[in-house]
Design a protein around this ligand. Sequence first.
Ligand code: ADP
Ligand code: MG
Ligand code: ZN
Length: 477
Amino acid sequence: MKYEAVIGLEVHAQLLTDTKIFCNCSTKFGAAPNSHTCPICLGMPGVLPVLNKKVVEYAIKMGLATHCRINAQCSFARKNYFYPDLPKGYQISQYAEPLAEFGHVDIEINGEKKAIGITRIHMEEDAGKLLHDEHNPVSYVDLNRTGVPLIEIVSEPDMRSAEEAAAYLKRLHEILVYLEICDGNMEEGSFRCDANISLRPWGETAFGIRTELKNMNSFRNVQRALEYEIKRQQYILDDGGEVVQETRLWEDGQGVTHSMRSKEEAHDYRYFPDPDLVPIDIGRDWVDEVEKNLPELPLAKRERFMGEYQISAYDAGVLTVSRALADYFEEVAKRSGKPKIAANWVMGDILKFLNEEKKDIKDCPITPSALADLIGLIDKGTISGKMAKDVVEQMYQTGKAPTAIIEEKGMVQITDESTLSKIISEVIEANPEQVAQYRSGKEKVFGFFVGQIMKATQGKANPKIINDLLKKMLTKS
Ligand code: ADP
Ligand code: MG
Ligand code: ZN
């Protein structure tokens, strides 16, 4: 390709506050249409918005987690527009004085690190929803979402491929969910992304004309839409044409983007300071307080896990996908004292069981301490690794402790040497031909004996003791 892609993302994240940004209505998803509304969020004349402090706190959290400067003063502005789902005819947002600026998020692709700049993070209110009737030529409006708090996170045009954009988006998502300020649900629209994309000839420093893509409701679709759009713009430019600056919608079914409307410019919105809301002074004390209470973030956790538990970057990545999974693993690692083995159990059996049922780690019937006990039982030789695979499955199905299952099923490993010796000599006596083969140097038949002993003990013999005893007894006489 003759062109380099330039991508910048605008992400809207719905904040997990109980009430809306400027009134006391509930933010709960899924209620009957228009049941979570009041004169303020309905945009009645003469009402006054009152800012929800939690919204500011959550926005500061995200600003700090993405290395932004938190501005000492910020203010709200009115963005004027005809919104059928925002009756007052303007959206309260931030414009000239956003809450946070000049941050970055680190991404990594094929082992290469890159910082993606954050231009700004600002607070604003969400609009409602139009429900289009499939059978009638009418649309309904549901204003429950009107006034639900959002932060918009605007990136610098720093990404150079669809893959980088998807990686950046995943990092942002992960940070928001770790901070517990957004549920991250892309299908319900709590985490939405508009992607701006342009092409320019390699070596050119000026940006080309961009389009803005909307309506992608998964990471995969963001990547697919961008890949499609790169090709579409490439054909236009190759043909000597010009890309039109516009907003385009992603059509998931067809895998294409199509034009929705020509792009409005910022001056079309006639932004002006909202006279109903005073500017906010954000004292250093408040920022320090929020910073002190930030949880450990995914990247830091990943690096700590690699150092503290000696696990690979890949394993650390899987185990820190969510805070709950990371906490689960860490508790098993600490309780068992065997972090690598703990990592294998969690990433192997536990995640497999959970994935099969599309369950979350929070609903795992096996507690971290029960899994640690299981690891201890294998370590002590009470059960073999192979038996443990059955036990863990039973634990998952019944929620019982490993010792209870082992006892019930009579699964305890046979470690008693005299019992095992007796079984081994019986097997030796019954197979004189194989004994002769072994003694003439055909060591491969050793496996045959192990198999026979396991069969005689229903797999309960301790493999290590069998190995030692069998070797001795086969060479003796
Ligand atoms: P608007 O709010 O009108 O969409 P902004 O200037 O806020 O415009 O930019 C929105 C996003 O578009 C930002 O993430 C920015 O990085 C990105 N962007 C701006 N210019 C370009 C361009 N030429 N190509 C790709 N992305 C761009
Ligand atoms: Mg935009
Ligand atoms: Zn309200």
